[in-house]
Design a protein around this ligand. Structure first.
Ligand SMILES: Cc1cc2nc3c(=O)[nH]c(=O)nc-3n(C[C@H](O)[C@H](O)[C@H](O)COP(=O)(O)OP(=O)(O)OC[C@H]3O[C@@H](n4cnc5c(N)ncnc54)[C@H](O)[C@@H]3O)c2cc1C
Length: 660
């Protein structure tokens, strides 16, 4: 590269009052003018504004600039803006470098002189680096106009419906026998106390009947390969042992099944189901499954066949095998939801020790018309409770378990309090740390519940015990005592109750980590999938074409879940609607002259983007799969692998400019 042909323009942004009060932007511009190859340096209030971009475009044209440096905010915010400006003016978009003097200097340096000196260093580094930039090109590839949705809770269903309504082919994969997720277990939903089934079953039916949605229940995704616009997906469909095309959902098989004492997972093990079963009456599809671990024929090879004998449609098929199906999709929406925190380790609350201590999901089933008690809030002995305690934040906001707030527990606890009062007239105590009710109509619901006579006690419960203060008191016999401090009155309380409900927190769904690894989507320390940007790209992920919907990204209520699902669908549809996508330009390059064929890069590449060319004895990069993560460049023992736009030379020049 002939260095004398390089003409660099440097632009220092004030970023309103973000940079200029701390960094002497004029001094930085003056400093930049003295750097090698810099033809012009300016400062301006908002470089990202239209006039700011016009400066760059005009200067490129007027002064023949062929490299641009903008010192402003983070590249995440505006790298694309300035790259577009470069392209508009006719130079390659990669002849651009950004120096982040806002987050890295102005916002974090107390002293003005030091902040200015640091900004100068960062500008010098960017100028040194951009000198060695090379023009890079992306490739345009055709996309497959179909969408995979993983998880059939309310998030996955909404994402599928929105995408299907936009005319895209959707494949919705649910691992349980029916779609519905957690919401299918609820009777009422806060804050409006809508009947959950009334608002949800129309969506379930719509999914089942939608001409653009292909529903795979009792199925899981087992592999995902490929890249944005062209993902190859393998689905495993577990055998139901029922021919879905023949079954008419009459239910006679379940009536006749002699194996009747299997704990019902859908009812949180509070009732039993048969070996051939449908999880709940409104299940979609309305086809039962035979549980191979409990069916006499399948588990024990013993004679039975009651279901087969009575099935007039001839739908029972004990020979069904697992099936694999391969599909190609352009985009993926992950909607794997959550699981409830298991409170057993918190022995002080007595879950699993005292029968009248319930989790919130157990209570949801107890309260549900399709639940074990037909919707009556009854204790195990069959009586209505007279005194009920609800303990908030079980497993949440607890450094030992989950530090985060699970966001929905305060509200569903108050929903429970209302339902207990309404259905049983029992006295209710809620033990909370503080009440979080920031949604629309939530605070109003909180006030309503208080007016209904619920005792709100601020304080963590120390213990639930069967030791009574006054064992002779016949009223309290058989009761549990909730021991807590009321931190507002500073009084210790010992409240005898009949029933305790633990408002357990939310955790990522079982197996969510495997889904993430399979697709390449990262998770945070708690296992929730990480969005691309918490504020500006909350449904996108680092993997282009892969989006998040609902609780798989973090705890949220139904309105937020539905909104996010619509957002994820909108992003997926917008991406595919163009018909083509641009590939990444900053990807790996393996120098065939240096490659020793050791295949270390093949092993470290998590995107399966490197193949070994047996004939030539060298590794080669699949440009469509490579995400430019740099693992191969780090691992390569012969320095054959490098990342375009992050070459050793470019990075070293940048470092030296700061250090020397
Ligand atoms: C006790 C309780 C009460 C609540 N009450 C209310 C309320 O009244 N109002 C309100 O607004 N919110 C309420 N919520 C919150 C509400 O449950 C969530 O907002 C909602 O269920 C989130 O939906 P989702 O689809 O993201 O997740 P989920 O409902 O968890 O659905 C996820 C689906 O994905 C499936 N899945 C998981 N992994 C895979 C995989 N690998 N492959 C295929 N499928 C997979 C699951 O089987 C499931 O069907 C409550 C929560 C709890 C715990």
């Amino acid at each position: 590269m002939k260095r004398d042909q390089i003409n660099i323009g440097v632009y220092i942004c004030h970023c309103g009052m973000n940079i200029s009060p701390k960094v002497d932007v004029e001094a930085v511009a003056e400093f930049a003018e003295g750097l090698a190859h810099v033809r012009i340096a300016r400062d301006y209030k908002f470089m990202c504004s239209s006039p700011g971009q016009e400066f760059i475009i005009d200067d490129i044209r007027q002064y023949g600039l062929n490299r641009i440096v903008v010192a402003s905010c983070s590249p995440r915010m505006h790298e694309a803006t300035f790259r577009n400006a470069c392209e508009t003016a006719g130079i390659n978009r990669h002849y651009f470098q950004m120096a982040n003097i806002r987050e890295q200097a102005a916002w974090v340096t107390l002293d003005t002189k030091e902040a200015t000196a640091k900004a100068m260093d960062l500008v010098a580094a960017a100028v040194a680096r951009v000198t060695y930039h090379r023009p890079l090109e992306s490739r345009e590839v055709k996309v497959n106009k179909s969408i995979l949705v993983i998880g059939g809770g309310i998030a996955g269903m909404q994402a599928a419906i929105s995408s299907g309504n936009a005319g895209y082919q959707v494949y919705l994969i649910e691992r349980e026998p029916s779609i519905g997720g957690h919401m299918a277990k609820f009777d009422k939903t806060f804050p409006t106390l809508d009947c959950a089934a009334c608002i949800m079953t129309p969506k379930m039916v719509e999914v089942g009947q939608h001409e653009s949605i292909r529903l795979f229940t009792y199925s899981e995704v087992v592999s995902v390969e490929g890249f944005v616009g062209n993902y190859s997906v393998r689905i495993l469909k577990k055998p139901r042992f029922i021919d879905e095309s023949k079954c008419n959902g009459c239910g006679i098989c379940m009536e006749k099944c002699p194996i009747k004492k299997i704990p019902s997972e859908f009812n949180e093990n509070l009732s039993f189901r048969t070996a051939i079963y449908s999880p709940f009456p409104q299940a979609v599809p309305n086809t039962p499954v035979i549980d191979p671990d409990h069916c006499r024929i399948l588990a024990e090879n013993k004679p039975c066949g009651a279901c087969e004998k009575f099935c007039e449609a001839g739908a029972i098929d004990f020979n069904q095998q697992p099936e694999h199906m391969d599909i190609t999709v352009g985009s993926i929406i992950i909607a794997t939801g959550f699981k409830a925190f298991d409170p057993e380790p918190l022995v002080q609350y007595g879950y699993g020790i005292y029968p009248e201590v319930y989790t919130s999901l157990e209570f949801e089933r107890l309260n549900n018309a399709t639940g074990p008690t037909g919707g009556s809030i009854l204790m195990k002995g069959g009586d209505f409770p007279k005194r009920v305690a609800i303990i908030h934040c079980v497993g949440s906001r607890d450094a030992q378990y989950r530090e985060y707030c699970s966001r929905v527990c305060c509200m569903y606890s108050m929903k429970f309090a209302h339902l207990v009062r309404e259905k049983t007239g029992a006295e209710v105590w809620e033990f909370y740390i503080d009440v979080r009710s920031p949604g629309k109509l939530y605070e109003e619901f909180y006030n309503r519940v208080q007016k209904e006579g619920v005792h709100m006690i601020r304080g963590r419960v120390a213990e639930v015990t069967d030791i009574l203060d006054d064992p002779e008191n016949s009223e309290d016999k058989g009761r549990l005592t909730v021991v807590a401090e009321n931190t507002l009155t500073r009084r210790m309380l010992r409240i005898p109750v009949d029933m305790v409900i633990l408002s357990v927190g939310l955790e990522p769904a079982e197996g969510a980590g495997d889904v993430g690894r399979m697709i390449g989507v990262s998770s945070d320390g708690n296992g929730w999938f990480t969005e691309l940007h918490a504020k500006l790209a909350p449904v996108s992920t680092v993997i282009k074409g892969v989006f998040l919907a609902g609780c798989c990204q973090g705890p949220k209520d139904i309105p937020d879940t539905v909104a996010q699902a619509m957002g994820a669908s909108g992003e997926a549809v917008a991406l595919l609607s163009k018909g083509t996508v641009m590939t990444r330009a900053e990807i790996s390059f393996i120098d065939p002259d240096l490659c020793a064929g050791c295949q270390t890069c093949v092993e470290v590449c998590v995107y399966n983007a490197i193949d070994f060319d047996e004939g030539r004895g060298i590794a080669t990069v699949n440009e469509l799969l490579c995400q430019g993560c740099g693992s191969c460049a780090v691992a390569c023992p012969s320095s054959a692998a490098s990342i375009k736009h992050f070459t050793n030379r470019q990075v070293m020049e940048e470092l030296e400019a700061i250090l020397i």
